[in-house]
Design a protein around this ligand. Structure first.
Ligand code: SAH
Ligand code: SF4
Length: 357
């Protein structure tokens, strides 16, 4: 079993059941793992009196930090492909901001949701990533590049709420102050509108009010303000149409907290970028404390649509802003290496896929 698969609470339970030890040793192991990136605890002060335990842990828990190997760089945005044990490839993108780095992680290999504008959709669904495979995307940056990303976004390959348990365990690990220590308010989950997942997250907040799940940022990829257009772009809308999605968001604590909910809107020329679309979007968001992120469409391979012109993006932006709603246009980073939103999965010089924030 991989050490990166276990949250601190999981380890406390494992240590009790497997080794008859308490939180003292489990926590020391957890801290060591995220400081050093290995399971070799022989030299850690807490384990010196118990060398047998240190040896057993080393045998029972493997820790593999995948080698970043070749990565491709576009003006500082790095996309790297991690080779998983079964040969599957996942993609991670490291995006430099003015004073920090944002890490865009994948939650699946491929995606089952089939959005018509998305490169990843073209791969189909291959498999879920384990918690360890999600956490190792962070670990390979920390231990391979000696960089500690400030923000984490689940905007790489896959629909995170189709892999709810592994993703949420990874969130618990990422946000643990004794582990990676990325606060939940600096972690964003981007979903295509998976209502079961949004509701399960809301339940977690009710069940564990002290764990700050309410501050976990939620980005909802809306991309169309009517069921007619959204059904065409995003098949998930046939399962959870706009009205159902809106009620789930109204019940979620993120929709009542400033800066916790974002509505993502990929602007596709002639499909969802008219004045009427902008007005309907404003109307749909009524009652939600949320900001709009406009993402100019990056044409996928064999795309029937071009990228939008800067003018049309500005026009849409102005309509949203003039309604009083906060809005920003996401500056595209990493387009040259297919590392921008929706481009993960495309074969490029090395292999990979997505993000821009
Ligand atoms: N599955 C999740 C997260 C991964 S997609 C989701 O759909 O939210 C991350 C973001 O990339 C989403 O907001 C999605 O709408 C956007 N995206 C997908 N394909 C794109 C494309 N070709 N151009 C621009 N953005 C795209
Ligand atoms: Fe999957 Fe998101 Fe792409 Fe849709 S936009 S196919 S949900 S990765």
């Amino acid at each position: 079993m991989s050490g990166f698969d276990r949250s601190r609470n999981d380890l406390i339970r494992d240590f009790k059941e497997n080794y008859g030890k308490g939180p003292y040793h489990a926590e020391a192991f957890f801290r060591h793992l995220y400081q050093e990136g290995n399971a070799d605890v022989g030299g850690v002060p807490e384990f010196r009196p118990v060398p047998d335990l240190a040896r057993r842990i080393g045998e029972d828990l493997s820790v593999e930090v995948p080698d970043i190997g070749d990565n491709i760089d576009d003006g500082g945005t790095k996309k790297f492909t991690l080779k998983l044990n079964d040969g599957a490839l996942t993609e991670t993108v490291l995006i430099p901001m003015a004073e920090w780095h944002t890490l865009c992680v994948s939650s699946q290999v491929g995606c089952a949701r089939g959005c018509s504008f998305c490169e990843t959709a073209q791969m189909g669904f291959i498999r879920n990533l384990s918690t360890a495979e999600i956490v190792s995307q962070w670990a390979s940056v920390k231990f391979g590049l000696s960089l500690i990303p400030r923000n984490l976004v689940f905007m790489g390959m896959g629909e995170p709420f189709d892999n709810f348990t592994n993703v949420m365990r990874a969130v618990d690990i990422f946000s643990d102050p004794k582990g990676p220590g990325v606060p939940k308010r600096r972690i964003s989950i981007s979903t295509s509108g998976h209502v079961d997942g949004i509701r399960k997250l809301t339940e977690l907040e009710h069940r564990y009010p002290d764990r700050a799940y309410r501050t976990l940022h939620l980005a909802v990829s809306l991309n169309a303000p009517t069921d007619r257009v959204r059904n065409r772009l995003m098949p998930i809308n046939k399962t959870w149409p706009l009205g159902v999605l809106k009620s789930a968001l109204l019940d979620a604590p993120q929709s009542r907290i400033k800066d916790a909910l974002f509505v993502e809107y990929v602007l596709i020329p002639g499909v969802n970028d008219s004045q009427d679309d902008a007005e309907k979007l404003i109307q749909w968001m009524d009652g939600l404390e949320a900001k709009v992120n406009l993402i100019p469409y990056h044409p996928r391979s064999s795309s029937p649509w071009p990228a939008p012109s800067d003018d049309s993006v500005d026009r849409f932006f102005d309509i949203i802003r003039s309604s009083g709603r906060e809005c920003r246009t996401r500056k595209s980073k990493g387009k040259g290496i297919q590392a921008a939103c929706g481009m993960l999965g495309r074969q490029c010089r090395i292999s990979p896929r997505t993000a821009d924030l």
